[in-house]
Each structure stands twice: as C-alpha cells, then as structure tokens.
Design a protein around this ligand. Structure first.
Ligand code: SF4
Ligand code: MSK
Length: 638
C-alpha cells in the first residue's frame, strides 16, 4: 500500500501514475505545492494588498502589527477588494469564453465562416424566443444573427438596463428580489448600489476600477459589485457560452462514454484535448474521423486515432460526442506520464505551464493554440476559426508523425476506466421528466427526494484528489438528495463509476425509486464549468413553475475541491441567485470579519443564498441536508 500517494489522490489510476512519477523523478503539482510550504499566512487570509506601489501592504491579523495599509485601507477593505478581483478574473474567463462562440455564430449567420454550421435549430429558436425576438417568418440565419447580436450587445452596451440574457432567462422572483435589493441597499448606504448586471464586460471593468487605490473602500459596496459581476457571468457570459455552443454544436443528449486514464490506447495515436473552449476541439473530433487521416495513422504503424478529453474541453466534447475523458484537472500531468500521448492540445484555463517541461521527458508534443495563452516550451499552432479545418488537420498530422517517436519502454497506461452516462443538458432532464418539472416537484413533495445538490469545481492538491467529490456525492444520494453538477467534479464521479443507472443502489430508497421510474442515475453530469448556467436555468424553471423564488427551493451548491477564480464567480452567482454554497478549501477572506459576515449572514438575509465552509464531507452533507429539509418543509407549508 502506498499511503503517501493515497493521500494525494483517491483515484487508483492516479495513485499508480504517482508511483511512476516518484520513481522516475517526474515532478508534479503535488511536489511543487509541497515546496511552497508553509504558504503565506497573509495571503491565505486575504490581508495583503498590492494594488499600488506604496505597498505591498499587509495587515497583522493578530493586532500586533499594522492595522492599516499605507493609504489607510483596513483589513475589511483589502479583503473585500481582493475578493472582488478574484470574482472579476473568474467572470472574465467564463465570459470571454462565451464571446468567442457568439462572434462565430454571427459570422456563420452572415456567411463569413463556412467551416462551421448551426446544428441545433430548435435551440436557436428557443433562445430567440427567450430573448424576445420575433421568430415567425425568419430564416435560421436571420435568427442566428439576431441572437448573436443580442449576446454581443450584452457585452458592449452602454445603457444601464439589465442585460438581455438576464432579462430573458432569469426567473421572475429573482429579478424582482434583486431590483428591490438595489433600492433597499442604496437607501441604507446612502449611495447608489447596483446588483443587476448592465453589461457583462462593464461589471468586470467596474471591479478593476473600484478596487484601484482610493476608490471603493466599503466592504458591502465592494461585495455587491462582486455579486453584480458574478451575475453577469452566470446569467450572462457563461449562459451565452452554453446557449450558443448548444446552437452551434448541438444540445447534449444522454449517452455513454468511458472515463479515466485507461481510455488511452496502446496501439493508437493518442491526442488529449485539454482546456475549455469547444470551438477547436469540435473540429479536432470531426477532422480526426476523416478516412485519409486514419489511413495516414495506419501508415505510421498505429491502428487509428484516439481523441480523448481532459478537464472542461473534455467535458464539452464528451457531452456532445462519444469521446472518452482521460481525467480531471489533476490528471493532466499524469496523462503525459503514461508515455502514450502523442499530442496534448490546449487552449485556455486550468492548464499547468509545467506541462511544457514534463512533456520534454517524453515524446509528447505539447501544442498551445490560443492567442490568449502562451506556454513557454510549447509548440504554438495558432487556431483561427476561418482556418479551422486546416489547423485541426495540421495538429492531427503532427500527432500522427510523432507516433514512431513513442518510447515503448516508457509506456504505462493504467487499466482503470469506467462507463459513464453523460449528456444531461437541461433539455434532456426536462425530457426525462416528460416535458415538465412536475415529476421532480412531485418527488420532492412526496418526500422521495429531499432536494437537489449542485456540485461544481475543480481538483486542488490541498485536498486528496476526488476524495471530497466522491464521498460527499455518495453521502448526499444516500440521504435521498439528487446530485447534479459540472466540471472536474463530474469527471471525478465518472471515473469512480458513479454516473451509471446502477449507482441508484447507493441511493436512499426514495431517490432510488425515482431513478427507477425516470430511468436516470442519481447523479447527473450537466457539462463543463460554463454549463453551471444549465443548473441556474433549471432552478429558475422550477422556481417559475412553482411561482416561488429560487431561494425557496430545497437546493444547495458545493465546490468541495475548488481552486480557480472561476469557482468563486460560480459560487457567488449561485449565492446571489438564492442557493447556499458549501466551499472547501477556505477562500482567502478570513482576515475580515466583516466580509465573512456579509457572505455568511447578510447574504442569507437579503439573497437567500450564503456561503458555508466545512472540511469534513459528512458534516458538509449534514449542513446541506438540514437546510434542504427546512426549505422543503417551508415550501410545502409543513
Ligand atoms: Fe497599501 Fe493602500 Fe497601496 Fe494597497 S492600495 S498597497 S493598502 S497603500
Ligand atoms: S476545468 S475551473 S479545474 S472544474 Fe473547468 Fe476543472 Fe475547475 Fe478548471
């Protein structure tokens, strides 16, 4: 038994690969994190400020050192500003992701891009209706152009009206609640407070402006702008990404795929696609199926081409195609260490720059493709939508040409892989329910299901990989709580064999019977990080159906192994939409009692959602279950 590596990862495939890494001195994220210890206490508490060069300043949390920065900023101001910048970066990453498919949709509609076409016309029409576009008598291209223009206008308009995506998709009571809250807080603080997003980009720029030295110093005012930017992500940028990607590449449908490093094939050209945006990965999947490329692969001694995903680009192609997923975030280095990867293709977000050095220990070509993301030591092949087919073909050929360079003595593919039922878009869930949320609502009313938990987020080497994800999920379904989610959590569940109909055996009796009736697993994979918007839309649909606010529903969110700034934005828009959220590890806010109070207490009073931190999965499940039971009782008037 390798106890050391068992504390690093809960996944047997990862444990095996870590052993190989240790033996051969291949450095991984766990090694580098260890070298960072002890980490800076000021940073962990969020009390250091580098927002001007009178600093850096830091506040002594024990009251023995400075209580203020050189400009006079207190710990409350500094923590709130840092939190806002975290949210801004997360919202920017998601929202900028959404911009790309929106531009592409417009170009397709105008006949400027012939490499892509619109796959889901029904989704396009539904989106158009939501956005208030008259659908009758218009061609698909006309509708596509109007939808794309509304999306792009939501990024760039200068008036103060709510963004159209929020107006068209958010449930009625949420809109009313946030609008009232703007008035109440403006009066209370004697200063105008805006919460409803006016423009996806502007709310992010606004944060960067107000967190500049000498602008906004009020913790509540700052946090509210953080909330506004996060709402511009959840009901804006991320939603644009999900909706437009579904229009372009198809709304996911339920199907089965395989998950974990065992999906790499000894006799095939293995290409791992890692990152977040599906615009290139869709092309790679499509082009890799061309007979002439398969023949070319065979001419190099391989049996074919094996495209697999990693992280959220992996989730995007897994949701829409029968493409296996090699792993979640902490698997990215381990995939290379199998020695069987001809090419690791990356775009943006969550990609370790360390992959460049590591791939030098193997024959793997580490190929960067985004103009936004340089990886020193990588091969850069610039992706452009107008040349998508050509770029995809070049990348695949490079991988094929690399196959003869594979060193068979270095190949170690673990056998672990599991079947997973995936593709639970909101549309597929509603279809499984027979076209209305009624069966789920009835199951909650009858007490067969207590409520729903949405789990999101990453891996973080500070937490044993997948341990919290798997155990919390099992604990919740055992307690008759249906679990839905996205991102690296979903991949963790897929690797653990939890995304199957058989997983109902791990569920409580009530949930099991619902799964049997609806023929769904008790744990539903809803997609990538940006697809957290699917959960919002689903929650909104149920709230509107019942005529209540989202905060009245028995829902709870969790990000049990989070690490990215995007996860903070997701958690914040869940909370702002009325869903309480559990987090582990602790976010860097503990240096300000006031900010902690706003996020854990004030938010609960005014939004219905709030944050809670808990390290133990059983205690986290207790907290979630207790709240869900209370909400359910209240909803039923019990
Ligand atoms: Fe220090 Fe204030 Fe500058 Fe921050 S903004 S670094 S607290 S002087
Ligand atoms: S990839 S944001 S580590 S979920 Fe979306 Fe995974 Fe978190 Fe990146």
């Amino acid at each position: 038994m390798d106890v050391f590596n068992e504390t690093r990862s809960f996944d047997p495939a990862a444990q095996k690969m870590l052993k190989i890494a240790d033996k051969n001195n291949y450095e991984t994220v766990w090694d580098r994190l260890e070298k960072q210890q002890p980490q800076c206490g000021f940073g962990l508490l969020g009390v250091c400020c580098r927002n001007c060069v009178m600093g850096p300043c830091r506040i002594d949390p024990f009251g023995e050192g400075p209580e203020k920065g050189a400009c006079g900023a207190t710990a409350d101001t500094i923590v709130a500003r840092n939190l806002c910048r975290f949210i801004a970066a997360g919202a920017a990453a998601h929202s900028d992701h959404g911009r790309r498919p929106a531009i592409l949709l417009k170009e397709i509609a105008e006949g400027k891009n012939k490499n892509y076409f619109i796959k889901d016309e029904i989704k396009l029409k539904n989106a158009a209706k939501r956005l208030g576009i008259e659908v009758e008598g218009k061609s698909i291209n006309e509708l596509a152009k109007e939808v794309a223009e509304i999306a792009l206008n939501d990024y760039g308009k200068q008036d103060s009206n709510p963004i159209k995506f929020f107006q068209g998709y958010a449930p009625k009571k949420l809109k009313e609640k946030l609008s009232n809250l703007e008035n109440v807080l403006s009066e209370k603080l004697n200063k105008r407070i805006g919460i409803i997003p006016r423009n996806i980009d502007r709310e992010i720029v606004d944060i960067m402006h107000r967190t500049h030295i000498g602008v906004d110093n009020g913790p509540l005012s700052l946090v509210m702008q953080g909330i506004r930017a996060a709402l511009g992500d959840g009901w804006g940028g991320s939603l644009v990404a999900t909706e437009v990607q579904d229009i372009l590449f198809g709304t996911p449908k339920v199907h089965s795929v395989q998950a974990n490093l065992g999906v790499l094939k000894e006799n095939k050209i293995n290409i791992v696609i890692h990152g977040h945006e599906p615009v290139l990965s869709e092309k790679i999947v499509e082009v890799s199926q061309r007979p002439e490329l398969i023949e070319y692969a065979k001419s190099k001694g391989a049996e074919g081409i094996n495209i697999v995903g990693m992280c959220c680009t992996g989730n995007e192609i897994l949701m829409r195609h029968n493409v296996a997923i090699a792993g979640n975030e902490l698997h990215q280095e381990l995939a290379i260490i199998t020695g069987a990867v001809e090419a690791m293709i990356v775009d943006v977000q969550c990609i370790f720059p360390a992959l460049a050095n590591l791939s030098n220990c193997f024959h793997t070509k580490f190929i960067a493709t985004s103009d936004q993301a340089a990886f020193p030591g990588s091969i850069h092949i610039q992706f452009e939508e107008e040349k998508a087919d050509e770029v995809a073909e070049n990348i695949i050929k490079l991988a094929i040409d690399n196959f003869p360079n594979r060193d068979k003595n270095k190949v170690n593919i673990p056998e672990e892989k599991k079947e997973a039922l995936v593709g639970f878009s909101t549309e597929q869930i509603v279809e499984a329910l027979g076209g209305t949320p009624e069966p789920i609502v009835n199951a909650i009313k009858d007490g067969k299901i207590k409520g729903i938990a949405g789990i999101v987020g990453c891996n973080n080497p500070k937490v044993t990989q997948d341990y919290f994800h798997i155990n919390l999920t099992k604990e919740l379904i055992k307690r008759d709580i249906l679990v839905i989610g996205t991102g690296c959590w979903a991949i963790a569940c897929a690797k653990a064999g939890l995304l199957t109909l058989d997983a109902k055996e791990l569920a409580g009796g009530g949930l099991r019977s619902v799964c049997e009736t609806l023929k769904i697993p008790p744990i539903l994979h809803m997609g990538s990080c940006v697809d957290c918007s699917r959960m919002l839309v689903l929650a909104g649909a149920v709230a509107d159906y019942l005529g209540v606010d989202i905060s009245d529903l028995p829902l709870f969110g969790s990000a049990p192994e989070w690490m990215t700034e995007k996860a903070v934005s997701i958690g914040t828009y869940f909370v702002a939409s009325g869903i309480p959220v559990h987090l582990w590890p602790i976010p860097p806010i503990m240096g300000s009692q006031e900010v902690v109070k706003i996020l854990t207490e004030t938010a609960k009073d005014v939004l219905g959602g709030y944050f809670v931190v808990e390290q133990d999965y059983k205690k986290a499940a207790d907290i979630m279950e207790k709240e869900i039971i209370e909400k359910r009782k209240k909803l039923l008037g019990e």
